[in-house]
Design a binder for this molecule. Structure first.
Ligand code: G
Ligand code: G
Ligand code: MN
Ligand code: NA
Length: 252
């Protein structure tokens, strides 16, 4: 109940804030960042998305919340461009948002409102999106791609994923779940799994992004095993937009 009244208010009162975590390409350049929403609650301080996203999904609030995130991110992209910073931003979209097909029209409308003619947004989806309404999800994924958004399969390798699924879904990249990276230097089988996933992805012309890189050793392993992109606390934690501007200026 606290969440219900207050999350609604949070949306109206603009208490949500978008943090950004940079992603490094193979060459070390940062060309995109992931948007991760937080709630700046006057009563509870900075509330992480894990504490309210599933509630937002159950209550349907995820739809206006997702619309707000999309518009806020595009406004930030425009502001960055005015400062000479060119970044794509990956936005997380949950299964409920795909069931309600407005997410695609919301993106198109937000691009218009932001005055953008290109689409610097990528979409991160989890495999649960495919389970809940596969036909609808596949159609939307193709529509996103036609608009110029890349579609990334998030948290790949957890839950119900199968490698054969990769061959039949319209995606541009997979984000290797953090649990693989965490185990790289503990379990030899994790190394084999990463190599196998990368091999299949290459055959299908998919990029592989490793999440949750925390150490130099983890970076070394993914870089020497064909991973295309990397993200994690080793480089930067999610941070407010302004801070990312400063971080980028110092990033070698
Ligand atoms: O930042 P953190 O690691 O606490 O994020 C936890 C989870 O919240 C992640 O799985 C992420 O995908 C999800 N999340 C963050 N921001 C958004 C958002 O804007 N929309 C949706 N649907 N999920 C988000
Ligand atoms: O499910 P999704 O991948 O969208 O969520 C990403 C989450 O992982 C975010 O909440 C982010 O804060 C967190 N995260 C990002 N990098 C790292 C990392 O290096 N280590 C850990 N433990 N969490 C991370
Ligand atoms: Mn994500
Ligand atoms: Na993920």
């Amino acid at each position: 109940l606290w969440l219900d009244t207050n999350l609604r208010k949070a949306l109206e009162l603009e208490q949500l804030v978008v943090y950004y975590q940079p992603k490094l390409d193979r060459d070390g350049e940062v060309r995109s960042a992931e948007a991760l929403v937080r709630w700046n609650s006057p009563e509870r301080g900075l509330v992480p998305p894990g504490d309210f996203i599933s509630y937002a999904e159950e209550s349907g609030l995820i739809v206006p919340l997702g619309r707000w995130v999309m518009l806020n991110v595009l406004q930030q992209i425009v502001q960055w461009r005015n400062e000479g910073i060119y970044l794509r931003v990956a936005v997380n979209v949950s299964a409920k948002q795909l069931l309600n097909q407005s997410i695609y029209t919301d993106l198109k409308q937000a691009l218009n409102e932001a005055g953008l003619t290109d689409c610097p947004i990528d979409i991160e989806l989890t495999e649960s999106c495919l389970i809940e309404n596969e036909a609808g999800a596949l159609t939307l994924m193709k529509q996103f791609q036609e608009l110029g958004a890349q579609v990334h399969l998030d948290d790949f390798g957890t839950g119900y994923s199968s490698l054969s699924q990769l061959a039949r879904v319209p995606i541009d990249a997979i984000k290797l779940d953090q649990s693989f990276v965490r185990n790289i230097n503990k379990q030899p089988v994790a190394q084999s799994l990463v190599r196998a996933i990368v091999a299949v992805a290459k055959t299908l012309d998919l990029q592989v992004i490793a999440e949750g890189i925390e150490t130099k050793a983890e970076e070394k392993f993914v870089m020497t095993n064909g991973v295309d992109g990397r993200q994690g606390y080793y480089y930067a934690k999610p941070m407010p937009a302004e801070q990312l501007g400063h971080w980028l200026a110092k990033h070698p």
